[in-house]
Design a protein around this ligand. Structure first.
Ligand code: ADP
Ligand code: MG
Length: 223
């Protein structure tokens, strides 16, 4: 199994400092390479919290998460950044591209810790070509549309060839038809690269494109 989420719970201390607020009660699922998964659920149901736990940006209160046989929940804090950089790609609602950098430079940022510049550049160009941005390599984000920026963000997420791609409402800031095209792109690229794709979305249209669907409700994942 590429990803195993095993009885994960997350709670936060309540403002009174005594009780706990439970966000995720008991979440378990597993998935193998090549699969895509949609997680839907109302605002505040804990979708981003769950994605952040899987992405090692936060730790569960209890339970285990394993990626490719490594139990992430046991990895020391200092070693998580490398795993995140090499094995996990993130796409958020906002693209978070650096405005002063070109498209190509933005895409190459996650590769800076490793020295194979030529390989990375050629991979970047290939991926940018794949998403139809071959004529935009030297543009800056301010010179692109919202949909184009999100496509750059997708390429940036894929540049280190991660096994797992996590997308948190990736089409939330786009108009309907641009959103639909980005959703199709995510699914196609997932198929081509054989990664696991987990997409959190409000959009049932986007969710329909994924292999499996879950709804997060009251701290539980309904299949
Ligand atoms: P969603 O992405 O489904 O809209 P979130 O995962 O962002 O929901 O948030 C779920 C709940 O967890 C919300 O009620 C939010 O207020 C709460 N929450 C998120 N982060 C924290 C935190 N650091 N401390 C306390 N509560 C938090
Ligand atoms: Mg959210």
């Amino acid at each position: 199994m590429l990803l195993e989420v095993d009885h994960v719970a997350k709670h936060y201390p309540a403002p009174d400092g005594e009780s706990q607020i439970s966000i995720l009660s008991d979440i378990s699922f597993k998935t193998d390479s090549g699969n895509s998964l949609a997680i839907i659920g109302p605002s505040g149901s804990g979708k981003s919290t769950l994605l952040n736990l899987i992405g090692t940006l936060d730790r569960p209160s209890s339970g285990k998460i394993s990626l490719n046989g490594t139990e992430l929940t046991k990895v020391k804090q200092g070693e998580l950044a490398a795993i995140r950089n090499q094995q996990i790609g993130f796409v958020f609602q906002q693209h978070h591209l650096l405005p002063q950098c070109t498209v190509l430079e933005n895409v190459l940022l996650p590769t800076l810790p490793n020295p194979h510049k030529e390989t990375a550049t050629s991979r970047a160009k290939k991926l940018l070509n794949r998403v139809g941005l071959e004529d935009r390599l030297h543009h800056r984000p301010g010179q692109l549309s919202g949909g184009e920026c999100q496509r750059v963000a997708v390429v940036r997420a894929l540049i280190n060839q991660p096994m797992l791609v996590l997308a948190d409402e990736p089409t939330g800031a786009l108009d309907a038809s641009t959103a639909e095209r980005l959703g199709e792109l995510l699914v196609d690229v997932n198929k081509e690269l054989g990664t696991v794709l987990i997409v959190v979305t409000h959009s049932s249209k986007l969710a329909e494109n994924m292999h499996r669907h879950y709804e997060l409700r009251n701290g539980y994942l309904m299949g």
